[in-house]
Every structure is written in C-alpha cells, then in structure tokens.
Design a protein around this ligand. Structure first.
Ligand code: ADP
Length: 269
C-alpha cells in the first residue's frame, strides 16, 4: 500500500488558483512505525530488570545492616531508579496512545467528579504551597476515554504545581461555550518565553532541563496530553506571558458534550 499526504494550497499570481500537492509518505510512515515499535519494545524490556534493581535498592537503603556511609548513595540510587521507572512508564503510555488514532472504549466521563479526585491529589503534591480554585459545570459530561482524560488533565494540573513558585494560584475550569466543552488550567507563575511554546509538546522538550528534572518531570507529560487530545479530536491551546503565568486549554468538539439528566437532585454543599 502507498501512503499519500494531500494538501491544497493557494497558487498563481493572485493566489486564486489551487494546487493539490500529493506526497508519497510511505517510507516516513514505515520508519515511524519501526521507531514506535522499537520504543515500545525497549521500554517493555527495561521494565523488569529495573523493578528488580529498585527492589534491592529499597531493601538495602532501609536495612539496619547497611553501613551508615552507604545509606546516602543507596537512597540517591533508589531515587534515580524511581525516575527511570517514571520515564519508562510514560514512554509505554505514549506508545500505547500512538497505536491507534481514535479512542476505543468511549463512555460518558463525569469530569466534575474526576476533578474532585484530582484536586485531592494536587493538594497532596503541592503540600500547601499553592492556592487552588475550581470553576466546574457539574452537569457537563463528556464522551471520551476516562483513563486517558484523567491522565491528560492531571498532567496539566501537576505541571502547574511543578513549574510555578510557591504561593502561586492555580485555576481549574471545566465549562462549555459556543465552541464546545473546554478544560483549562491557569497559573500565575513565571510564564514561558514565546519561542518555546510551539515545541512544548515534543517528547523530552523542557524549557529548563535541570529544573524540570529536579521537579521530577519526565519531559513526556505534554506529549501525552497532545496524543490523548488528538484521539478525542480535541486541541491543546497554550497561552503564556512572562511574569504573568500560563494557561493550558483543552478544547473538545461540541458533539462530545453530554448533559446530566435534569432530574439530578441538588448536591448538599
Ligand atoms: P515535564 O515532565 O518537564 O513537566 P512536560 O512535557 O509536561 O514535561 O512539560 C514540558 C515543559 O514545559 C516543562 O519542562 C516546563 O519547562 C514547561 N511547562 C509546562 N507547564 C508549565 C507551566 N504551567 N508553567 C511553566 N512552564 C511549564
């Protein structure tokens, strides 16, 4: 089979004609498949030995027989193996997401309830360093993949925690407007230079590598978000201003909006 990429572009002196450009991307497609399978297999193969290493390090670091001067290096090694584990898990998640363009298992997802759980985890991660506000339309559900959406939303909220200074405010919005349902996370942190914005969703792209490592990031979070959204025909919009903060918005097509039955009794607050 041959894969073609088709594009229609304005053409001619007054750009009134149209030019159809067809490119044979069979080779690119195959190379991409090989790359994808390689990453998936390599990550999978690394998982088991790493689990064994991490297990032994854990035991050694905590054992009373371990000499005092070995404890610190053992703890460092354990933390680094934990980091490796997160990277491998994220790579596996990405490979899984890349296998198909569309989400299977579509179901009504109660985003409001998801966000209650997420806020709970966010507060634990922030350890009181951030202020959170929620603006949620609780009657608004979405047709989507629950686990995938959960991972996309939590990546954005955890990013806001990891990449903003203590005392920052983080706002989470789940609402619908004329365009359709949207989920947004805003922070009033340091913001991101405009030249980085188009590249943020690339794998391992980080504005500040050293800082992101310290915060426990794998550099794969936004790539995962992008893939999940693609699979929901949704878009990720990033707006950021230095010194003002950043807003990450997930916009879903209007057809995905579902509404809770109007008979729902009012919740006791
Ligand atoms: P990481 O694991 O490093 O968080 P991501 O793919 O999730 O990787 O994000 C890529 C980079 O985008 C981060 O390293 C960080 O530099 C930047 N970034 C993401 N979210 C924010 C935010 N809310 N404020 C400032 N920078 C951010």
């Amino acid at each position: 089979a041959i894969m073609l990429s088709l594009r229609i572009t304005p053409f001619g002196e007054r750009k009134r004609q149209r030019l159809l450009v067809a490119r044979d991307i069979t080779k690119i497609y195959h190379l991409n498949m090989i790359r994808r399978d390689f990453v998936a297999n390599a990550s999978h193969e690394l998982r088991t030995p790493l689990t064994v290493i991490a297990g032994f390090l854990e035991n050694l670091a905590d054992s009373p027989q371990t000499p005092e001067n070995h404890r610190r290096p053992l703890h460092l090694m354990r933390n680094q193996s934990e980091r490796m584990r997160s990277i491998i898990e994220d790579l596996l998640t990405l490979s899984r997401l890349e296998m198909e363009d569309q989400t299977d298992a579509v179901q009504p997802v109660d985003v409001g309830t998801e966000l209650d759980h997420l806020l709970h985890e966010a507060r634990a991660l922030s350890e009181g360093r951030h202020r959170f506000t929620l603006d949620i339309d609780r009657d608004l559900l979405i047709a989507g993949h629950q686990i995938e959406l959960r991972s996309a939303f939590s990546n954005l909220v955890f990013n806001a925690i990891k990449h903003t200074p203590p005392g920052s405010h983080i706002g989470i919005v789940w609402r619908v407007d004329a365009e359709g349902p949207y989920f947004a996370v805003s922070d009033d942190g340091d913001g991101i230079e405009p030249e980085h914005l188009p590249r943020l969703t690339e794998r391992f792209y980080r504005v500040d590598k050293a800082r992101s490592r310290l915060s426990g990031g794998t550099g794969l979070g936004l790539a995962i978000v992008k893939h999940v959204l693609n699979r929901h025909q949704a878009r990720l919009l990033i707006a950021s201003e230095i010194g003002q903060g950043s807003t990450f918005t997930c916009r879903f097509p209007a057809e995905r909006a579902l509404y809770q039955a109007p008979a729902t009794p009012l919740r006791a607050e």
